[in-house]
Design a protein around this ligand. Structure first.
Ligand SMILES: NC(=[NH2+])NCCC[C@H](N)C(=O)O
Length: 498
């Protein structure tokens, strides 16, 4: 279980599989596309809905500080990702780094965790997408996400449609994503610029309302683990509220890691992955702080709308036309989130099955499209079913805990890889290692602990399921266990098993 996959094999494999002319993934992407993918997956439901809920219920105008805190933590993790991704550009990202540094069982945990994050990320956002679309076009909500309806046709439709785009090619996906990103970023900038005229200083005081007792849910399962552990009275507002809001709005930053899964499809991975990762985070942090500041400045926090806070804020100041623009941005934004989630999910599944921890037959790359079409196809259908039939709104926190868990491992992997393979070429290095990577790991862990008891329980159930699959299949059947070469076979044609 602790066996590691030698880093030279990882590199040889990603180079062989990724060179054009073979049946590998195709190298089409440039730094601009990577940043497009990054912003494509990052800016979405988080800023358009969570901002309102957390300002109203947990942090007040201090939600701006929550976004700043979450942004700094995400940036630290992105620096760690940048070091690993630029020195070992592989489709598996965190999963592969863990395989090379901490051993197979940790790698599997992370791989399984990432599948949760990306599949559920796509499904949760598809739900939100459907609701926004129905509102924008006045469609019958019974089919588009009304509470209690049996099937959500809109969510299924968008997932299948974008699944096809993801399978047909990474270049096609990049084009669609870039277009959507331009629309949503332009509208976000507009929101900030237009909203500034309506900001009232009075709305910003008190900036962090004083603390108040909170509803902890039945058996206290809705309160943050930190409060439950130390037996604190559940509370909101005050700095405690700002911190727990930071853990929730962290969702808005999740997904940037998808950039690191595109290393085998990038022309100059060593340079461009770093640019894509850090560029994505800087741009989104600035936009988030701007948008959230304008929102809490426009409306007293006690009157912020929970469903569509930004559009409602413009309505409240008599600029209802801006609300339409905001809805367009939300639909464009959510579309790109789902698309990039589906693209990345295929790459993670591909990397895991290439190693044989799930059946290797699904790792095959399509000869013309250059994408892992089988695994992407299977997982797209699974996501469509999840999005169509399960009540998902409560599961966004599960996406965040999945992301944070991966970030903890990736941060720890940085100093480990520096010791174990000191000679590895590192185009980008995290400054002040091991201090900064450790701070990053602890900060992510702390945010995890600020998520609710309920979320931890659900996460535990998913991980236990993963452990069963590993023991039942992956542990025995994978390539390292069977002493099969991992680097020499031409991609796309799995070695016939005797
Ligand atoms: N892989 C993921 N984490 N996907 C979900 C991304 C969600 C995105 N950050 C948003 O605010 O809408």
């Amino acid at each position: 279980m602790l066996r590691t996959k030698p880093i030279k094999d990882v590199i040889a494999q990603s180079e062989a599989d990724g060179s054009d002319g073979r049946l590998g993934l195709k190298r089409h992407l440039r730094a601009r596309d990577l940043t497009g993918f990054g912003i494509g997956i990052v800016i979405g439901t988080g800023i358009f809905t969570l901002t309102g809920i957390e300002a109203r219920d947990s942090a007040g105008p201090g939600v701006v500080v929550s976004f700043a805190i979450a942004g700094v933590v995400a940036l630290l993790a992105a620096l760690c990702y940048a070091e690993l991704a630029s020195s070992v550009p592989t489709a598996g990202s965190a999963y592969t780094y863990a395989y090379a540094t901490m051993g197979e069982v940790v790698a599997w945990i992370i791989g399984w965790d990432l599948l949760l994050e990306f599949a559920l990320g796509a499904a949760v956002v598809a739900r939100g997408w459907s609701g926004y679309l129905a509102e924008l076009l006045g469609l019958p909500t019974a089919w588009f996400g009304e509470e209690g309806s049996i099937v959500n046709v809109g969510a299924i439709g968008i997932v299948l449609l974008l699944g096809v785009v993801a399978i047909v090619g990474v270049r096609e996906s990049a084009r669609v994503t870039n277009l959507l990103v331009v629309v949503k970023v332009a509208i976000c900038v507009f929101i900030v610029a237009a909203g500034l005229f309506f900001v009232k200083a009075a709305n910003l005081t008190p900036f962090i309302p004083s603390s108040q007792p909170a509803d902890a849910g039945e058996d206290g399962i809705k309160q943050p683990v930190t409060q439950a552990l130390f037996g604190l009275e559940p509370s909101v507002f005050g700095f405690v509220g700002v911190l727990s809001a930071a853990a929730v709005v962290f969702f808005a930053y999740t997904g940037f890691e998808a950039v690191a899964n595109l290393g085998e499809e990038t022309r100059r991975p060593k340079r461009d992955l770093t640019l894509g990762l850090i560029g994505t985070l800087l741009i989104s942090t600035v936009l988030y702080i701007g948008v959230s500041l304008v929102l809490v400045g426009m409306v007293p926090y006690t009157e912020i709308d929970r469903g569509a806070p930004i559009a409602a804020a413009f309505n409240a100041v008599g600029a209802g036309w801006a609300g339409v623009l905001v809805s367009i941005a939300a639909v464009a934004g959510l579309t790109s989130v789902i698309l990039v989630d589906l693209v990345a999910m295929g790459r993670i599944g591909f990397a895991i099955s290439r190693d044989g921890l799930i059946p290797p037959a699904v790792a095959r790359i399509h000869p013309r499209w250059g994408t892992p079409y089988r695994i992407s196809g299977v997982m797209t259908v699974a996501v469509a079913l999840l999005a169509g039939f399960l009540p998902l709104s409560a599961l966004a926190d599960l996406v965040s805990i999945g992301a944070l868990c991966a970030f903890v491992i990736v941060s720890i992997a940085v100093p480990i890889l520096r010791r174990r393979r000191p000679d590895l070429e590192r185009p980008f290095k995290v400054p002040f290692s091991p201090v900064l990577p450790l701070v990053s790991a602890l900060a992510c862990l702390y945010l995890m602990l600020n998520l609710s008891v309920e979320t931890w329980i659900r996460f535990g159930v998913w991980m236990a399921l993963g452990a069963l699959i590993y023991l039942g299949y992956g542990y025995r059947r994978n390539r390292l266990a069977r002493h099969e070469p991992v680097a020499t076979e031409p991609a796309g044609e799995p070695t016939p098993t005797p």
